[in-house]
Design a protein around this ligand. Structure first.
Ligand SMILES: Cc1ncc(COP(=O)(O)O)c(C=O)c1O
Length: 404
């Protein structure tokens, strides 16, 4: 068939495989808002949307950079001072990495995409937790590789199930994704489990992708970096200004490629791909230096606020009939489970809650869990008073739903 000026431009097939539920549910919320109802959004982990404020010295660093004329492209791997600050921060956490193995990226997200694109071929497999932060499966869909889920077990505090992981490995498995502290479950892995995970990856020649974007948000303080316990392992570590430095819109993050020569080819490939996207936003890179060398006292207050909200969330969900939740240990997410009536799915619950009460959560199947599990994710960044009122409404609706 010949194309004509009036024929529709079709989307690429890969888009059909691509899914990012956290933002896709918003379309449903907009329909509810169009009916005049207020929607309370518990779907996106953006602390600034709930009144948490970026530390002023970071704002100053960006403004100063702009005023000083740092508005051009930077080197693809980032400005030297930010790379050095990130390397020094890793060294202070026990990870012996030099600035030449650090890249400044447009958030953790871009680091993840660069590493997966650099390391994983079309048709390869990557071990991804279930439930997962959905960017991993979304990026793998774009590059034509396969996410293979390993179970994390709610009855064990959402810790990875190593037997299941071992069964999931294939000859084409290239990498193991660890999200610790975890989104969407709030789990923090104990040292013994982390050692087993590193040994597992090393024994099979897998690259470990250590997503530590919530590393400073453990309720008991910063969580140790994975690479600190195994400096010679093939680990790529990620973090950013988005969560622990309260600047998600700046798209500023960093990644460190472990010091082992086994990662040299991967590092060169990541740098080559980074050249093609020129650089991450220049002025924001100056805030990376300010964040990692300056005052971090805002984190003490932020962690205390999160701990209080987590306790409230856990107590309230566990008190609802037909509902249970594992207490989160870090970050601002919880993954409650509702007892689904026969034939209903997690999405039925989430959409029902949205339409009945104007509360938007994300269904567990949006994170790779089975739809019949009845899990859904709650972002608990709102004030305790607001959360208490939201949870009253969730309890009302859950009673109606589970008895229907
Ligand atoms: C586990 C995890 N990794 C990465 C990201 C993306 O973070 P960034 O804003 O640094 O790209 C998020 C954001 O919610 C996340 O939860």
């Amino acid at each position: 068939m010949t194309s004509t000026a009036s024929s529709a431009i079709r989307a690429a097939a890969r888009v059909g495989r691509f899914s990012y539920a956290i933002r896709q549910v918003v379309a449903e919320a907009k329909k509810v808002e169009a009916t005049g109802r207020t929607v309370r959004y518990l779907n996106i982990g953006d602390p600034n949307a709930f009144g948490f404020v970026t530390p002023p010295h970071l704002v100053e660093a960006v403004v100063k950079a702009m005023r000083d004329g740092h508005n051009g492209y930077t080197a693809s791997a980032g400005i030297a001072s930010a790379r050095e600050a990130a390397a020094a921060d890793f060294v202070a956490r026990g990870v012996p990495v030099t600035a030449d193995r650090v890249l400044i990226t447009s958030g953790t997200s871009e680091g993840i995409e660069l590493a997966l694109t650099a390391i994983v071929d079309e048709g390869d497999d990557v071990l991804v937790p279930s439930p997962t932060y959905p960017l991993y499966t979304a990026v793998l869909a774009k590059i034509g590789a396969n996410p293979v889920y390993y179970r994390t077990d709610p009855s064990q505090g959402w810790l990875p199930d190593l037997d299941h992981m071992a069964d999931a490995v294939t000859p084409r498995t290239r990498a193991l994704v660890l999200i610790d502290p975890n989104n969407p479950t709030g789990a923090v892995y104990p040292e013994a489990v982390r050692r087993q995970l590193v040994a597992f990856a090393e024994a099979r020649g897998l690259v470990l992708l250590a997503d530590e974007v919530y590393g400073d948000l453990g309720f008991d303080g910063a969580v140790p970096a994975l690479a600190a316990m195994a400096p010679d392992a093939a680990i790529i570590s990620y973090s950013s200004l988005s969560k622990a430095y309260l600047a998600p819109g700046w798209r500023a993050g960093w990644m460190a490629v472990g010091a082992t020569p086994r990662l040299d080819e991967a590092l060169a490939a990541i740098k080559k791909l980074a050249d093609g996207r020129l650089c991450s936003p220049g002025p924001m890179q100056y805030a990376v230096t300010a964040a990692l060398t300056g005052d971090r006292s805002h984190q003490v207050a932020f962690r205390a606020a999160l701990r209080e909200r987590a306790a409230l969330t856990t107590a309230r969900f566990n008190a609802m009939p037909g509902m249970n939740v594992v207490a989160p240990k870090a970050a601002f997410y919880a993954m409650p489970q509702v007892a689904l009536p026969e034939g209903r799915t997690d999405q039925d619950f989430v959409l029902g809650l949205l339409r009945a009460k104007g509360i938007l959560c994300v269904h567990g199947s949006g994170f790779g869990l089975p739809a019949e599990g009845g899990y859904f994710r709650v972002v608990f960044l709102a004030s305790p008073a607001e959360l208490a009122s939201i949870y009253d409404d969730v309890a009302d609706y859950a009673q109606e739903f589970t008895q229907a």
